[in-house]
Design a protein around this ligand. Structure first.
Ligand SMILES: [Zn+2]
Length: 265
């Protein structure tokens, strides 16, 4: 099993990171993809990956929620750094549109420009893209999912992971484009995500935790970690009426192929 989306550089893990990674390995995980979402997290992310070769694999990008914090100059510098480290990273992201944290039209426009920049960057580096899209609750007429899909289509993006994708009405578009969806413990409570877990073809589905966030109910602490992937897999197997082992293997294979990970499933 592979956790295809978490954030191991977060402060929550300070002082216990290596012990946690050892526990992840002991619990049967084969790999963890950790997502560096802004320039200042890059050094630590690469350090964690360096300490745990062939188990922790980094993805790097600028999360759309940080659009106001990272200047265009810092963005360019960061992309240069990512480029220099291209052989050590397995994907670009997370990138996309976040209408929950960013409300102003001008900043949403800047998010779109950055998103396009990242899509083209990933294409040039021949790396898969990790997409974050989030809506503002109750907002009419603005749909981060729809806008993200339109931009990805416009740009002809091929190798795409829609992380925590929640727009069940758009699932056919995702399938038609041959993109992947990864789901986390939100499937335990969200109807829309449950529908996606049910409707995605088995070879397009991956599992994630988004740890340290989104701990499943009853988890041993408030801080989630990649071992919760087992709970996510159990729930999705139930939703799809598939044997746990079959889903576990299939999602692992999908992740290995998608990120081109040198691991045994
Ligand atoms: Zn994330």
């Amino acid at each position: 099993m592979i956790d295809t989306h978490c954030h191991l550089e977060q402060k929550d893990y300070d002082g216990k990171r290596d012990a946690l990674i050892a526990k992840c390995i002991a619990s049967g995980l084969k790999a963890v993809v950790t997502c560096c979402a802004r320039p200042q997290d890059f050094a630590l992310t690469m350090d964690i990956a360096g300490k745990h070769p062939n188990f922790v694999f980094p993805v790097a990008g600028i999360h759309p929620e940080f659009i106001k914090e990272v200047t265009p100059e810092e963005t360019e510098t960061f992309l240069e750094i990512i480029k220099r480290n291209r052989d050590r990273i397995v994907g670009i992201g997370e990138t996309g549109l976040d209408y929950n944290w960013i409300k102003e039209t001008e900043w949403r426009k800047k998010q779109k420009e950055l998103f396009i920049r990242m899509i083209r960057f990933a294409k040039r580096l021949k790396k898969p893209l990790v997409i974050h899209a989030r809506n503002s609750p109750g907002a009419e007429g603005m749909d981060a999912y729809e806008d993200s899909i339109n931009i990805l289509e416009q740009e002809g993006a091929k190798c795409v992971q829609l992380h925590m994708f929640g727009a069940s009405q758009l699932v056919q578009k995702v399938i038609d484009n041959d993109w992947h969806v990864s789901l986390n413990a939100i499937v335990l409570r969200s109807k829309k995500h449950k529908k996606i877990a049910r409707d995605m073809p088995s070879d397009r589905l991956m599992l994630e935790t988004d740890a340290p966030w989104l701990a499943p109910e009853g988890w041993e602490s408030k801080t989630n970690d990649p071992r919760a992937i087992i709970t996510v897999a159990e729930k999705i197997a139930k939703i799809r009426k598939t044997a746990f082992e079959e889903l576990w293997q299939q999602c692992g294979r999908n992740a290995k192929e998608f990120f081109v990970l040198p691991v045994k499933i």
